[in-house]
Design a protein around this ligand. Structure first.
Ligand SMILES: Nc1ncnc2c1ncn2[C@@H]1O[C@H](COP(=O)(O)OP(=O)(O)OP(=O)(O)O)[C@@H](O)[C@H]1O
Ligand SMILES: [Mg+2]
Length: 502
């Protein structure tokens, strides 16, 4: 694509006084203020339409309308006239926008601008046929996504493929469209890049309904570690009715749990009932063999209480037999898999995540390039700001995966309602994410350190704009964006009907 011809461009105004090499303001031609809007792309022919010093691509932000006659802090004849119902003069009205330079268009692609942007330089609005992204991606290895530049459905958004394993954050308040964006844009993009995609659907409501049934595995089908099963039973039995003999007996029974479950599945019509009876008999024997009369009576009471509450159907959530290795093989074969994590306790979900991440870490340590994208929705559940207990472990694990994943082609995509603080992602984890999608944010995220405004304010995007974004609109910032300036992107939700493999 050659240089832009002035005759084919739409002239909208000129550069104002006080421009530098990185900042300029555009003064609009008369009446342009009603058609030219923020977030549009423009071209500056720096120095004049003929023989410009360079041609700079930029994005419009921070619109401003000035009319000196109408100062609201001082009293002027026009203000007096207005107060009595007259129409004041627009003769000295000025409309302007800040231009955030994306870079200079060169044969090799976009370069940072180092020449002073000359006041009076003509500015042109880029329209659909001008295809600015062809300049932005020159010299880069990109994948074109189904997302597009807001207002221009024909301008697909490119992603720099090499930065996939530098990890991604998707943020925005509830209902702003994070899960949909991830499902409709990021998942197909990762597949196009040759990555297999494993989605952890915390509540089973965000992705599972959009997928085919053979692309979903229920967490209850996956074998849990004994620790998690014990805490599941602890929860279901009022802490084993606080009886140590019974607790020990459960503990012992769980030692060969998986083989017992497999045996129950192969030997019985009703495996849960089979297992339940086996468990009950074991506990009963242990209780009846207590010598001391008082302890025996209290253990018997505990026994009755526990088995009145615990039902055979309660065993199903812990009767998974699929190992993490088998899950991974399934992923390799299918290319896309979601784990429906509904129906399990938080500890069991996090326990599963730990086993999964240890397995992936092991593969990477052994030198395997994974080419896997792991999508972690509700990320603060795994890496909260003040992680302790099992969450401290999952948080640490995510950091380790992130670090090693950069070299071993593992992409982590963390989805969260908040960015920082109590509603956000743990700061140490967040530092490992290098591409960000900011949707409509929660007011708690509007200011302060580590929030969206820290990422976006330097580019002229204010927190008040972030508070008002419509669903499905995201600012795309960071290393995967070939444009050094964050851009506002969106997409039309279409049913992919499952993503093609390959
Ligand atoms: N591109 C879009 N265009 C129009 N509407 C959209 C778009 N994306 C999402 N929506 C609407 O927003 C709703 C919420 O989307 P989604 O479930 O992805 O939100 P979320 O940010 O994941 O919320 P939560 O934090 O509660 O999980 C969707 O049901 C849909 O109606
Ligand atoms: Mg969601």
């Amino acid at each position: 694509m050659g240089p832009y011809l002035v005759s084919e461009l739409r002239f909208i105004g000129r550069v104002a006084d006080g421009a530098t090499e990185t900042k300029a303001r555009l003064i609009l031609l008369k009446d342009m203020e009603s058609s030219v809007i923020a977030e549009e792309l423009v071209l500056i022919k720096n120095g004049g339409e003929t023989n410009p010093v360079n041609e700079i691509l930029g994005v419009l932000r921070e619109g401003l309308g000035k009319n000196e006659f109408l100062s609201h802090t001082s009293y002027r004849p026009d203000v007096a006239y207005l107060r009595h119902g007259g129409e004041p003069s627009g003769a000295r009205e000025v409309y302007s926008f800040a231009i955030e330079p994306i870079g200079v268009i060169t044969d090799g692609g976009i370069e940072p601008n180092r020449a002073i942007i000359q006041p009076r330089s003509p500015v042109y609005l880029l329209e659909n046929r001008d295809r600015p992204f062809e300049h932005i991606v020159k010299g880069r290895d990109v994948i074109w996504s189904d997302a597009y530049f807001e207002g221009h459905p024909s301008w697909s958004i490119p992603f720099d493929k090499g930065f996939l394993p530098y990890h991604v954050g998707v943020y925005g308040s509830t209902g702003c469209g994070k899960s949909w964006f991830t499902r409709h844009i990021l998942v197909p993009l990762y597949r196009k890049a040759g990555y297999k995609v494993l989605i952890l659907d915390w509540s089973g409501t965000d992705y599972v309904p959009l997928l085919k049934s053979d692309e979903v595995i229920k967490i209850t089908e996956i074998a849990l570690d004994e620790e998690s099963i014990l805490s599941y039973f602890q929860d279901k039995t009022f802490g084993f009715a606080r009886n140590d003999v019974i607790k020990d007996c459960f503990d012992e029974f769980l030692e060969g749990w998986i083989s017992r479950v497999k045996e129950a599945y192969s030997n019985s019509e009703n495996p849960a009932e089979h297992l339940y009876n086996e468990l009950k008999i074991n506990v009963e024997i242990a209780v009846s063999s207590i010598d001391h009369r008082g302890s025996k009576a209290s253990a018997q009471r505990a026994f009755r209480r526990i088995f009145r509450k615990l039902k055979p159907s309660d065993l199903y959530p812990v009767m998974g037999v699929l190992s993490v290795e088998e899950l991974f093989q399934e992923l390799e074969a299918r290319g896309l898999l979601a784990v429906d994590m509904s129906g399990a306790l938080t500890e069991a979900k996090l326990g599963f995540f730990l086993s999964l991440s240890k397995y992936l870490y092991g593969l990477m340590e052994a030198g395997k390039n994974l080419e896997v994208a792991l999508i972690i929705d509700e990320a603060p559940q795994y890496a909260p700001w003040d992680a302790h207990g099992i969450q401290a472990e999952t948080c640490e694990m995510i950091k380790n995966l992130a670090a090693l994943g950069r070299k071993r082609m593992l992409n982590l995509t963390l989805v969260a309602q908040g960015i920082k603080g109590e509603i956000g992602i743990n700061a140490a984890v967040r530092r490992n994410l290098n591409t960000h999608f900011f949707g409509r944010i929660h007011p708690l995220d509007a200011g302060g350190e580590g929030g969206a405004s820290e990422w976006l304010s330097p580019y002229g995007i204010s927190p008040s704009q972030l508070l008002q974004l419509k669903p499905g609109r995201f600012y795309f910032a960071g290393v995967m964006n070939p444009s050094p300036v964050p851009l506002l992107i969106t997409y039309k939700p279409v049913d992919h009907g499952g993503v093609q493999s390959g």
